[in-house]
Write a protein of this length. Structure first.
Length: 258
């Protein structure tokens, strides 16, 4: 039974996906749902076949803007998280401002980015960055804040400086929080890219879906959604693998092996 469990765990995503597609296809035909309302998976697959080149090109554009914005979010978020976690005064001063900024819908920021940088690549990258850096900052700062005051007092009594405590205790302790936040941030980065592409770009999956909507090509819209889902799943899986490789020591054995 224990030997069969890992195999079933690996097969579970495929089995559930196949079951979902079968139920979806059957529901459309049983209830006679119009294609313009909900296309069956076979119609979506046909749209993939008919428009594979535009989907491929626009997917690459979306992936590139997402990854660049995500990379900026990782660098900036890690740095700002360390700064916030360094001092309670800085934390108290900056954190409310960050919460206020994060509460602003990013779709409202895109027109400002367009005024500054024009339509196209840059607004998509910046929107992906703006929407994905907040989880990284919060998790890094939270990891640093989990240092027990008693432990910090003991280390100071032993002659450790603030920098030593941060470098040898705080940063290692915040690594599980940091790598865990990457899985959330990468999915949010895709959301930011698509938002910008649907408003202020002539390329990308967001723009492709907007054009398909204008032409009432509903299967193509769903094909774009599936393309985004595939990219998101692949990148989430990559971040999960990175998390297990870098912070396997901080995970329970049952999850670390999965």
């Amino acid at each position: 039974m224990n030997q069969r469990l890992p195999i079933m765990v690996r097969l579970a995503p495929w089995l559930f996906t196949i079951a979902l597609l079968v139920i979806w296809e059957a529901s459309v035909y049983i209830f006679k749902i119009p294609t313009f309302f909900l296309p069956p998976p076979t119609a979506v697959a046909k749209a993939f076949y008919d428009y594979w080149w535009p989907i491929y090109n626009n997917s690459l554009f979306t992936l590139s803007t997402t990854l660049i914005g995500f990379a900026l979010a990782v660098g900036f978020g890690l740095l700002l998280g360390l700064v916030i976690g360094w001092s309670r005064t800085i934390y108290a001063g900056i954190y409310p401002l960050m919460i206020g900024f994060n509460a602003i819908p990013k779709v409202a920021v895109v027109p400002i980015l367009v005024l500054w940088f024009g339509i196209g690549f840059v607004p998509a990258v910046l929107t992906a960055f703006l929407i994905s850096f907040f989880p990284i900052v919060v998790n890094v700062a939270t990891g640093l804040a989990t240092i027990e005051p008693e432990l910090e007092d003991v280390l100071k009594a032993l002659g450790a400086s603030k920098l030593d405590i941060m470098r040898k205790v705080g940063i290692p302790r915040s690594l599980p929080y940091f790598f865990g936040s990457l899985k959330v941030a990468i999915t949010l980065a895709f959301v930011g890219s698509v938002i910008s592409e649907s408003i202020a770009s002539n390329y990308g999956i967001g723009n492709l879906m907007l054009q398909a909507q204008a032409q009432f090509q509903v299967p193509l819209i769903f094909a774009g959604l599936v393309a985004l889902a595939i990219e998101g799943i692949v990148m989430y899986w990559a971040m999960a693998v990175l998390e297990r490789r870098m912070t396997g020591w901080a995970q329970r054995s049952g999850f670390a092996q999965g």
